[in-house]
Design a protein around this ligand. Structure first.
Ligand SMILES: [Zn+2]
Length: 181
């Protein structure tokens, strides 16, 4: 396993559409392992293959604090979404920043797992936000284009102690956004 370099906003790879994965290969297996390791090392909750420079339709998501509930989504597609949530969002490719983004509150997606078996994943709140955020990366979209108002420096954000559920950070954990202050 190895950590991969996370590409930052401004890198053209983040604006390109990723290609479907047709079959599992040792290379893709290694990519999945490396992406999980890179995600856990970064403290984020999701990572898409284009963020490590690979234009493949693959994302990994783990919103658990223990980093022991990995979801591996190959060729994912959102098949249902409803409701609305507003919250601060961040991205590993835009380090140290966050901004207000409106997302559906409930999302259901279809994908293949690492064995190329069809799966469905469903979530609300942070999970729904993470699915939307990571799937956007596969279409070359970065959340900064969806930010309502300013893109803040995390250092300037005032901690909000009793609003943990407002915190949704696909990127680096900070005291300000994850409520662990
Ligand atoms: Zn991101």
């Amino acid at each position: 396993m190895a950590l991969r370099t996370i590409r930052e906003y401004g890198d053209p790879v983040l604006t390109k559409k990723a290609k479907p994965i047709k079959e599992m290969t040792p290379k893709i297996e290694a990519l999945i392992r490396d992406m999980l390791e890179t995600l856990y090392d970064s403290g984020g909750v999701g990572l898409a293959a284009p963020q490590v420079g690979m234009l493949k339709r693959l994302v990994v998501i783990d919103i658990s604090e223990e980093q022991n509930e990995p979801h591996i989504l190959i060729n994912p597609e959102i098949i249902e979404s409803d409701g609305e949530q507003k919250g601060m969002e961040g991205c590993l490719s835009v380090p140290g920043k966050s901004g207000m983004v409106t997302r559906p509150n409930h999302v259901k997606a279809r994908a293949l797992n690492e064995k190329m078996e069809p799966i469905e994943i469903e979530g609300v709140e942070l999970m729904a936000r993470a699915i939307c955020h990571e799937l956007d990366h596969l279409d070359g979209k970065v959340y900064v284009d969806l930010v309502e108002g300013e893109l803040y420096d995390n250092d300037d954000l005032v901690p909000v102690e009793d609003e943990e559920d407002e915190a949704a950070d696909m990127g680096q954990e900070t005291e300000e956004t994850n409520g662990e202050a």
